[in-house]
Design a protein around this ligand. Sequence first.
Ligand code: NDP
Length: 327
Amino acid sequence: MEYRRLGKSGLQVSVLSLGSWLTFGKQIGDGIAERLMDMAYEHGVNFFDNAEIYARGKSEIVMGDILKKRNWARSSYLVSSKVFFGYEDGKPNQTGLSRKHVIEGCHAALKRLQVDYLDLYYCHRPDKNTPIEETVRAMNTLIEQGKILYWGTSEWSAQEIMQAHMFAKELGMIGPTMEQPQYNMFHRQKVEVDFDHIYKTVGLGTTIWSPLASGVLTDKYLTKFPEGTRLSMEGLDWLKERSLTEERLEKVRKLNKIAKSVGTTLPKFALAWCLKNPNVSTVILGASKVEQIEENLQALEVLPLLTAEVLESVEAVLENKPQLPAF
Ligand code: NDP
């Protein structure tokens, strides 16, 4: 395993980490979740990602039970939660980024995860109805109370992140350390262009999500639509519609050939492609089966195969390289 510093912080995060969205407490049994965490930890993964909304708190309960059972040294892993969407009915103050929900959400996540503090705590989305200053103050309070160590954002714009930094600086408080954006071969703008300035100035770690575009960057959708996958899950039609387009499948077909031509599989290839970006601190893996995590944890081996020539052939297929604005 390799470790990268999270932005400009001193924290070291494994370049591959493990998340629990749609899997823990939902698609997979607790026994499988346990095996996924064991395999990841044994391979040097030190970051487990979670959120209050995942299976409405159940994902954190499952992860917390496993952490308790394993009793790994608390100093050997990082665990996160995210606040915004809530885990209850969605009554006023049960969602969003008000001081009340940020602080109550943290207390509830600590209980479910059975830990004394969260290493990383994210604002899961921007909250247009709460002043960013209020959220910065709430996060800073939690840091001072030792309930969280680092705070960050998820799917915030560059401008919103910089506003948070501006308030933090003005108030002598701690600004966001990391952002959790979607990043994969099909989704590149924020990570490759929008945040460019932030990496260089205040610094920004990125813990990127859906590196395989919810499993589309594999070969399993190329022939017939398989059952028992994320995109066949009830209630996820919106994700299927968004993720599995004919245009994408055409590209996946070609990418699969490139991956094969360099002697690897498309999932490993697509994960390594994300890691090739030095501004990516960690690629959060998702898996519904033990074989998947086994395969995905080998992605680092593929890095040397991503030569300039191979990367160019990928660009020729994707035709979506975002450009920095011209001077
Ligand atoms: P991916 O895009 O990698 O999708 C993971 C899914 O793809 C698996 O559950 C599995 O689904 C399939 N898959 C994974 N590996 C393989 C393989 N080798 N072969 C075939 N199929 C495979 O990541 P996620 O979308 O799960 O995102 C990762 C994590 O990021 C989440 O768990 C969560 O922690 C975080 N996240 C954060 C978000 C945010 O807003 N901040 C949003 C979304 C995710 P299946 O077998 O069911 O097809």
